[in-house]
Design a binder for this molecule. Structure first.
Ligand code: ADP
Length: 291
């Protein structure tokens, strides 16, 4: 089983000619709402990749925004461990997508901020714990410590970008970051130097349309991106993380093959709008891998 502990949001997305400048009001186009949040996106991507049962610890408010989030995850096959917060709103993200493709986002974390270190469910049968940084940092560190102590492999997607306490990194087996997050973590702009500087046994850096680079127990692995017509890269990184951990949790010891699967799944996520709505199925990934 893969356990994901992290955030779930409802995304309110509006496209507009440009994102508003301070003090400006912009008339956008139609409103779209999508279930999102890094934790929930990654849990769904892991479940849809198939092979490993996926469970998620998440916090939701007692409001109408919780229902579409729960439905999206359950329909995707994720088993939910919900901490219900009556005093907080369900997490929401307000996203403006400008016509040039740039995003401007404000997140109201709401219930996500209430997840605590002792909320982690029992780890029996769990092979991997997958974490992100949209939950309180001390909770993330406590979950990693509990998993490490129980012999569970811990993967951290260190997003959104921030510096991390070294005690947290000590409990991480696999770190997944994009280039910006890697340089925020290490203070180094040079990719190779930054990759070597992180004190984690396995590190994967995603490189957008250039694929990904990994350092696995001292060796470098490189995987090109799959060529697709990208229309919306929202959740590409999350799909990558979920698909990668699903492949590793299946007992696939071939890390290079797992990277290839993650690149195929995340390329497909770029071809469709929205966060969880864009996560591909196992069959779609298989089809791309065998073209
Ligand atoms: P993030 O969205 O977290 O910044 P990236 O932009 O690095 O992450 O994208 C994550 C993964 O998604 C990449 O490693 C790649 O496999 C895939 N990807 C992203 N953009 C494209 C693209 N334009 N074409 C194909 N694959 C892409």
């Amino acid at each position: 089983t893969v356990l994901v502990a992290g955030s779930a949001n409802l995304d309110f997305v509006v496209r507009a000619a440009h994102a508003p400048a301070p003090g400006e009001t912009v008339l956008g186009r139609e409103l779209a709402t999508y279930p999102g949040g890094k934790g929930a996106n990654q849990a769904l991507a892991c479940a849809r990749a198939g092979g490993a049962p996926t469970r998620m610890l998440l916090a939701l408010g007692a409001d109408a925004h919780a229902e579409p989030i729960e439905r999206s995850l359950r329909d995707g096959g994720v088993e939910l461990v919900v901490r219900r917060c009556d005093e907080r709103a369900t997490g929401t993200a307000f996203v403006c997508v400008a016509d040039d493709g740039e995003n401007a986002i404000v997140v109201a974390p709401g219930a996500n901020a209430a997840l605590r270190g002792d909320d982690l469910p029992a780890l029996d049968g769990v092979g991997w714990l997958l974490l992100q940084l949209e939950s309180p940092l001390d909770s993330v560190a406590a979950w990693a410590r509990q998993a490490r102590a129980a012999g569970v492999a811990v993967a951290l997607n260190a997003a959104p970008a921030q510096a991390l306490p070294s005690a947290l990194l000590d409990d991480i087996d696999l770190l997944i970051v994009n280039e910006g997050e890697l340089s925020a973590l290490t203070g180094l702009a040079d990719l190779d130097a930054a990759l070597d500087a992180v004190r984690v046994p396995r590190v994967v850096v995603t490189l957008g349309a250039r694929g990904c680079l990994a350092r696995v127990d001292g060796a470098r692995l490189r995987q090109d991106a799959f060529a697709v017509e990208a229309v919306d890269t929202t959740a590409a990184g999350d799909t990558f993380c979920g698909a990668l951990i699903a492949a590793l949790a299946r007992g696939d010891d071939d890390f290079a093959a797992a990277l290839r699967r993650a690149c195929a799944a995340s390329a497909l996520a770029c071809t469709r709008p929205g966060a969880q709505t864009s996560v591909p199925s196992h069959a779609e990934v298989e089809a791309l891998l065998h073209t």
